[in-house]
Design a protein around this ligand. Structure first.
Ligand SMILES: [Zn+2]
Length: 293
């Protein structure tokens, strides 16, 4: 089983709707970073939001980076996502576990903070990357992404992102939805969807109950005829390699690399995004110096 994102449009052309089951993707992130519940939810929700924005606004080979910087204890959250459904991310403080809210849910707002920014930088292969930044409006992440879509992309959207963490800290289910209002949708059309969204449980609850993306789509868009356009896999994917780290080591001054040889007899590079470790022996480092010329 792999995670699937379902792209659909209403038959009347008034709404574009994406539903994503990201359970395995967020499970992988949780394992790689050993995140605790509030950090898992904050990082997971940011990854799901980034996947929804990337797959709905980027072209084939474009990539975006989301940065959520709030004043809460988790610190910064940084996530990459692309149009192909690949995502990776990290959080400054993975070990945040706070008291649950009164309704039993993870208090994401308390972990992320309510003062700060959400910014998305897109590498569109132009000279300058494009960055859109909005202040945090909620700290719960979903509404913050929706605010970004309305302000920076000028696409009115409803976004839901949801991560269910089991008592043993493993991620039980994770997913999200994006509903975009297209020109032609009337206030009456929109309020019908808003009414649907008011009564449906969290996505992770629905996924936990075994509902498929299409089942969820029919709940979100109850009363509206929908057409599925595409189903695409999404996954945690990091493109780091020893070669990439060699290149970044090569940007250091020769004396700094020499110090690694003399003092540490080698070096270890750790990828922030996925936690993979790369060992550089004294010979590796000498070669890097030699190639600097
Ligand atoms: Zn990596």
């Amino acid at each position: 089983m792999t995670d699937i994102l379902t792209k659909s449009v209403s038959k009347d052309g008034k709404f574009r709707v994406y539903i994503v089951n990201a359970t395995e993707t967020i499970q992988e992130a949780q394992k790689r970073h050993d995140t605790w519940r509030n950090s898992s939810a904050a990082l997971g929700r940011t990854m799901i939001g980034s996947i929804l924005v990337a797959t709905s606004t980027l072209k084939e080979d474009e990539v975006l980076t989301t940065r959520v910087q709030g004043d809460g204890p988790v610190g910064a959250i940084v996530v990459d996502a692309d149009a192909q459904g690949n995502t990776k991310g990290y959080i400054t403080n993975p070990h945040i576990s706070l008291k649950a809210r009164e309704d039993g849910h993870i208090d994401v707002k308390a972990a992320v903070g309510t003062k700060g920014t959400l910014s998305i930088t897109k590498d569109l292969h132009l000279k300058e990357p494009f960055t859109g930044q909005v202040p945090l409006v909620s700290g719960e992440i979903g509404m913050d992404f929706a605010y970004y879509m309305a302000k920076s992309e000028q696409i009115p959207s409803a976004i839901g992102v949801s991560v269910f963490v089991q008592p043993n800290e493993q991620v039980g289910a994770a997913g999200g939805f994006l509903v975009q209002t297209l020109p032609g949708a009337t206030d009456k059309d929109i309020s019908k969807i808003e009414d649907n969204l008011k009564i449906i449980p969290n996505l992770s609850t629905l996924l936990n109950e075994g509902l498929s993306n299409e089942d969820i789509l029919n709940k979100v868009m109850n009363g509206v005829e929908m057409k599925v356009l595409q189903e695409m896999p999404i996954q945690f994917h990091c493109d780091c390699s020893k070669e990439r780290f060699s290149k970044s080591l090569a940007t250091l001054e020769t004396k700094e690399i020499q110090a690694m040889i003399d003092e540490d007899h080698g070096a270890e590079a750790v990828c922030k995004f996925c936690g993979n470790k790369y060992q550089f022996s004294e010979d590796d480092l000498k070669q890097i110096i030699a190639q600097k010329g």
